[in-house]
Design a protein around this ligand. Structure first.
Ligand SMILES: C[S@@+](CC[C@H](N)C(=O)[O-])C[C@H]1O[C@@H](n2cnc3c(N)ncnc32)[C@H](O)[C@@H]1O
Length: 476
């Protein structure tokens, strides 16, 4: 039991730092720091190995645990739960996904409690694997240890001539491969889904190159490039980015609209909203460095309050990538994504992070109602024709179920919004939305459910070459 008790303390410390927004350094250094702080007797190496794996599987384990009911019936003593949520998480990790698939302790009430749920936990694990179309959850992490299996770079046409940069990339990476999983440090993969996007080996020091320093290329996860590509605004569109910082998708929108733009340079074509002042600064820095200029206006504040429909009559397209659970982010990137000290490097920010004691279900319910509100507000823009909603979450609550709630909303129906068909949303991308989520609501209409699911895009963390992601397009 001492091992799990010590690991729980360390995990509590990591979650605590995360809650305070203070995570700094690697997971390894945080484990060492907290082992010293709590003077734990267990070898920090063993704790690190457990935590590293447990954090990787955490979004999946939390889901399995919640569905199995194990968190809902924890015995209490004087009104307080006898077993900590985090210790249960560690035990479930060892029972379900560790190599030996066993809890490393002798007889103990918490072990007996977990074993009582063994069958239900296994059943939920099998269901989740079926849902994610994998034989084992570990397949999601097959490609690498802790980092992204491939680094994605996008040519930024606002700062360069695309062909010249392409030539330069060909000089740096003389070999061209047909799949990102064949990458070596000398090779490049030309993405088949997003134009001007390339995969390179994560160990290549591209950040030292002039191409990167001059803003001619931008590092951006492939799936994170999907929303602007799907919205695909043209030279005459005016768009909004409702939740914009740090600005990856904003600069990608600009890359669609601004090069060769026919109208006056000073006309605002992109309205980027960000409610956190410190993140708005990062947004300003990133969009300036990327060459967005005065065609972009940053609005500091809550999108649902600042974006008054009457004031934005000329907006035709909207991108909404709101705060989410971030459950599609993994490993080192997961740590970085919640490390406030690394804001400048942030590719995706998650908010309303889990606080110790928060129930996953509550957290997802709060997040999804916020996500619904933001999209619904965007749908009230009078002349908007296309809206792309995305998250870096694997949870249906933040994805398909938000889509369902919107489709069932009377106002949304009155405004005429519908889910765009697969043919308009990366038709060749194989992994689509979860049909069973739609079937739970529109059960009698199998065809409708299939079409809705096909209209959605999903990406699995690592297995699909980057972060876990969801995107859907509404149109009218
Ligand atoms: C997932 S991040 C966006 C990442 C960004 N799209 C990118 O690709 O770089 C969500 C952002 O939305 C901001 N945000 C959350 N609620 C908001 C609201 N009501 N209005 C405006 N911004 C909001 C958060 O502060 C956070 O910076």
């Amino acid at each position: 039991m001492n091992f799990y008790r010590d690991a729980t303390w360390v995990l509590e410390y990591v979650e605590g730092e995360q809650k305070k927004g203070k995570m700094s350094g690697s997971l390894q250094s945080m484990v060492l720091k907290s082992c010293n702080k709590y003077k734990v007797k267990t070898n920090p190496k063993h704790i690190y190995a457990l935590l590293e794996s447990c954090l990787k599987y955490k979004p999946f384990l939390e889901k399995i645990m919640h569905k199995s009911g194990i968190l809902q019936t924890i015995p209490k003593k004087k009104g307080k739960p006898l077993f900590s949520r985090l210790t249960l998480l560690l035990l479930c990790h060892d029972l379900l996904v560790s190599k030996g698939k066993r809890i490393q302790m002798g007889k103990h009430p918490i072990k007996e409690y977990v074993l009582k749920y063994k069958a239900r936990l296994h059943a939920e694990l099998v269901k989740l694997q079926l849902k994610l179309k994998v034989k084992k959850l570990s397949e999601l992490f097959d490609h690498e240890d802790d980092v992204t299996p491939v680094r994605w770079i996008r040519i930024n046409p606002l700062k360069c001539d695309v062909q010249n940069t392409l030539d330069e990339l060909t000089r740096i990476f003389p070999e061209r491969v047909n799949h990102w999983n064949e990458l070596t440090t000398d090779a490049i993969y030309h993405d088949e889904f997003v134009p001007h996007l390339f995969g390179i080996h994560p160990q290549h020091k591209i950040t030292s190159s002039n191409l990167y320093k001059d803003g001619k290329i931008i590092i951006q996860d492939r799936a994170s490039c999907f929303p602007a590509h799907i919205l695909n605004p043209g030279k005459d569109d005016v768009v909004m980015d409702a939740c914009a910082a740090p600005g990856n998708k904003t600069t990608h929108l600009a890359a669609h609209i601004l090069p060769g733009c026919s109208t006056l340079q000073d006309t605002v074509r992109i309205h980027a909203f960000e409610k956190e002042p410190h993140r708005a600064k990062v947004l300003h820095k990133m969009t300036t460095a990327a060459g967005c200029g005065s065609s972009l206006e940053i609005h500091l504040g809550d999108f649902t309050k600042l974006a008054i429909p009457e004031k934005f009559q000329n907006v035709t397209g909207i991108l909404i990538d709101p705060s989410c659970s971030g459950s599609g982010i993994f490993g080192r990137k997961y740590v970085d994504s919640i490390n406030k000290a690394k804001q400048e490097e942030l590719k995706e920010e998650t908010e309303l992070q889990q606080s110790p004691g928060d129930d996953l279900k509550d957290r997802l319910s709060k997040l999804s109602s916020f996500q619904f509100q933001v999209v619904k507000h965007a749908m009230s823009m009078p002349h908007a024709k296309k809206i792309v909603y995305s998250t870096c979450s694997i949870h249906a609550e933040e994805n398909e179920r938000v889509v369902i709630d919107l489709l069932l909303d009377k106002k949304v129906q009155q405004w005429g919004w519908q889910v765009a068909s697969r043919s308009q949303v990366l038709p060749d991308w194989p992994r689509r939305g979860l049909v069973e989520e739609f079937e739970q609501v529109f059960r009698n209409d199998k065809l409708k459910c299939r079409l809705l699911a096909e209209g959605c895009i999903r990406a699995l963390p690592k297995a699909d070459g980057g972060i876990g992601f969801f995107a859907v397009c509404f149109e009218r």
